[in-house]
Design a protein around this ligand. Structure first.
Ligand SMILES: *Cc1c(COP(=O)(O)O)cnc(C)c1O
Length: 365
């Protein structure tokens, strides 16, 4: 293997234990969209079921169908939009989805009349994320309509924080809006039994307002720093590794990689590593990132190529480094959040950007 992502299931379990300091596992909806943030949806789902998690959320109908096919006894909620032509199949499979506007309610009522079925749905409301969901000024009308529907059984309401990691005031405002809108929408409708609002950072920082569930994603995978999650501690589930394929000590100064952006120095030793941007190592890390190798942080030099990249070996490793040795891009020694920051993005994007070409190796240690 030239490169691989090691997925540490024990760290996954430890992260669930950490969330259980805040809510019991019955209240956790594990978010496993986008192939479980790049960790492998089916394997992560299996492991979480073993750990006693029974509720899951995905983003698309295809993800939901795949998971429900293998585990019929778990609760699966789709967090993204469901196209009309999927709704019937999704409901038949007892997968939960959301309605976000009056048009969807109309559609479900119409098809329900035709096939005499009733579907369970969650009502999605917009409390400030500004993505999808019923608006505050629609709450009254929604309540009226839901009291009269015949083929829709609203079982819950949820909404999403936009800035629970960064803006306390705004998050508090969302909490208040959520409460008020829920009251208005569910008034006189006893079938609406479940409410949930909290994502990972909401769960850590706004515990008082947790209701029936939390939807935890990034903290399950440990794509966070201790600083932002204190006093809680999450462990990285994914570590990214690649092998050294070539080592040279330059006899004279010469350029390294595309575009001649880095001039290698005579006498210095450079190693080529078998991973590149097609694997998910961002090109932003050219002349900027580093890898962890035998106790040292080694700089990435020159541009990251599609399948390979070069690193500078510190003096201590000259003559020690060997072809076939393994270097870490992120994991126990370099945080994925640190890498994300160098790339001007968030850990989420780095994790789900590790491409399908990279084998996932599951370990319990
Ligand atoms: C992705 C997503 C989550 C999980 O977010 P994290 O920040 O990873 O915890 C929760 N709710 C919704 C609606 C989402 O789209």
């Amino acid at each position: 293997m030239r490169c691989w992502a090691e997925i540490n299931i024990n760290n996954l379990y430890s992260n669930i234990d950490e969330i259980q300091k805040i809510v019991p596992k019955e209240k956790i909806i594990a978010v496993i969209k986008a192939d479980a943030y790049g960790h492998g949806m089916l394997k992560i789902c299996d492991a979480l079921i073993k750990k006693g998690i029974k509720n899951f959320a995905v983003a698309t109908s295809d993800e939901a169908l795949k998971i429900k096919e293998l585990h019929n006894d778990i609760m699966v909620l789709i967090l993204g939009p469901v196209e009309n032509e999927y709704m019937d199949l999704i409901a038949d499979k007892k997968i939960y989805f959301m309605v976000t506007d009056f048009e969807e309610i109309e559609f479900l009522e119409k098809t329900g009349t035709e096939n005499s079925k009733t579907v369970d749905v969650f009502i999605k409301i917009d409390t400030g994320m500004g993505r999808v969901g019923f608006q505050e000024n629609e709450a009254g009308q929604l309540n009226k309509i839901l009291k009269n529907v015949k083929h829709i059984n609203p079982i819950g309401i949820f909404s999403h924080f936009s800035s629970s990691d960064s803006d306390k005031e705004y998050t508090k405002l969302q909490e208040r809006k959520f409460k008020a809108m829920c009251e208005k929408i569910s008034s006189g409708i006893p079938s609406i039994r479940y409410r949930h609002l909290h994502n990972s950072f909401g769960t850590l920082k706004f515990q008082e307002s947790i209701e029936d569930f939390v939807r935890a994603g990034i903290i399950i995978y440990g794509g966070v720093t201790d600083r932002e999650t204190a006093p809680y501690k999450f462990k990285p589930v994914m570590s990214l590794f690649a092998k050294i394929s070539y080592i040279k000590t330059l006899k004279e100064d010469s350029f390294i990689s595309y575009g001649n952006t880095y001039l290698g120095k005579a006498g210095k030793t450079y190693a080529t590593v078998s991973i590149g941007y097609a694997d998910g190592v961002r090109r932003d890390l050219s002349n900027k990132g580093y890898v962890f190798y035998k106790g040292h942080k080694c700089e990435i030099v020159g541009r990251v190529c599609m399948d390979q990249l070069m690193i500078l070996l510190p003096e201590e490793l000259e003559g020690v480094a060997q072809k076939g040795d393994v270097v870490e891009f992120f994991g126990e020694n370099i945080g994925v959040a640190e890498v994300a920051e160098l790339c001007g993005t968030i850990s989420y994007e780095i994790l789900c950007g590790i491409s399908q070409r990279v084998p996932r190796i599951y370990v319990e240690k």
